[in-house]
Design a protein around this ligand. Structure first.
Ligand code: PLP
Length: 360
């Protein structure tokens, strides 16, 4: 068996060590006589798995005691609705920052529940940059401010947490959570689908400040109320148990690597060397403003798009897969989340140099 370097944006690579551990525990978890998938979510075995995962995540991210961590389903896309349904309370509007495809989806969904003010956008630059905080004209009456710290498709990332004063700041961290240290206390809500940088699809993590968990709008289904899940310890209904367990193994793996401070250093180094290779090539290019380039998702184009098919084909032959860019932007995209080893990035850079030599 040989593992290849998978640059998929999501579902994405998982650490080899995690897969091996899961395989060794597949048929029987810790003398329980059954696999994690077969356990009651309310039994003591699964409860211990669930609690350890939460404790490790809290430790990794330094999540303050006045925040709940919810292990939900429905993906980040469900959060696009849950956020307004639960945070509007008696307010009528919310502020959104538009930095690309995922922001737009969040904006469209929120528009079903409230007046959405897009208070800053980088659409005029075709989302090749992000509007700096100084250019956001926030509305003091907004229920919350929503932004997308990392736009997975465009490869645009905020490297600082914007200060929005007392208005709750809501972040869709799907493709950047756990990639670096973060001050959770600056946020009202952080949410993320697991399949990019946490674990398998099916799990959605929501980190929410206690005071925001109340009074969803009338008619909110129980499953869409944060209160429901917070009261029930994310076990109102059957949670995605196996994904929760694998996420826990990933948290342990990150702790073993030295935690988020160590991950930040590794991720920055991986991204820097890939961008340097692109910029210095005269053959590949990345359109994003260097101040806002993503550490996780690196889109790039070839000087001649007629070579795209050949590039992908030969990359695959070299064990480098899922490099095709999103259908909305074309070109290539290398997603280099935590589990992508530095050797994988090195291998991509070497392949790109070789391909350029043969084709320019
Ligand atoms: C992938 C992604 C989503 C959608 O996530 P689902 O879990 O598939 O709903 C939303 N936001 C961002 C930033 C993403 O990268």
């Amino acid at each position: 068996m040989s593992r290849i370097y998978n640059f998929s944006a999501g579902p994405a690579m998982l650490p080899k060590e995690v897969l091996k551990r899961a395989a060794s525990e597949m048929e029987e978890w810790h003398g329980s006589g059954m696999s994690v998938m077969e356990m009651s979510h309310r039994g003591k075995e699964f409860m211990s798995i669930a609690e350890k995962a939460e404790t490790d995540l809290r430790e990794l991210m330094g999540i303050p005691g006045n925040y709940k961590v919810l292990f939900l389903q429905g993906g980040a896309s469900s959060q696009f609705a849950m956020v307004p349904m639960n945070l509007l309370k008696n307010k009528k509007s919310a502020d959104y920052i538009n930095t690309g495809a995922w922001s737009k989806k969040a904006i469209a969904e929120a528009g079903r529940y409230c007046d959405v003010n897009v208070v800053a956008t980088s659409e005029e630059s075709k989302f090749t940059t992000a509007p700096p905080r100084a250019e956001w004209s926030l509305n003091p009456e907004a229920a919350y401010v929503h932004y997308t710290p990392n736009e997975t498709i465009g490869g645009v990332e905020f490297h600082e947490i914007p200060d929005v004063g007392d208005i709750p700041l809501v972040a869709d961290m799907s493709s950047t959570i756990l990639s670096r240290s973060v001050d959770v206390s600056k946020y009202g809500i952080i949410y993320a689908g697991a399949q990019k940088n946490i674990g398998p699809a099916g799990l959605t993590i929501v980190i929410i400040r206690d005071d925001l968990i109340s009074d969803p709008i009338p008619g909110t289904p129980a499953m869409f109320s944060y209160q429901t899940h917070a009261k029930a310890g994310s076990m109102y209904n059957t949670p995605p148990t196996y994904s929760w367990y694998i996420a826990g193994l990933v948290f342990e793996w990150i702790k073993g690597k030295g935690g988020l401070a160590a991950m930040s250093g590794i991720n920055k180094r991986k991204a820097d060397k890939l961008y340097d290779a692109i910029d210095g090539s005269g053959f590949y290019s990345n359109p994003v403003d260097p101040e806002y380039r993503s550490w996780m998702n690196v889109p790039f184009t070839l000087a001649n798009p007629d070579l795209d098919g050949k590039f992908l084909e030969e990359a695959k032959g070299a064990g480098l897969v899922t490099l095709k860019g999103h259908r909305s932007v074309g070109g290539m995209r290398a997603s280099i989340y935590n589990p992508m080893p530095e050797e994988g990035v090195n291998a991509l850079i070497a392949f790109m140099a070789e391909f350029k030599k043969k084709n320019s």
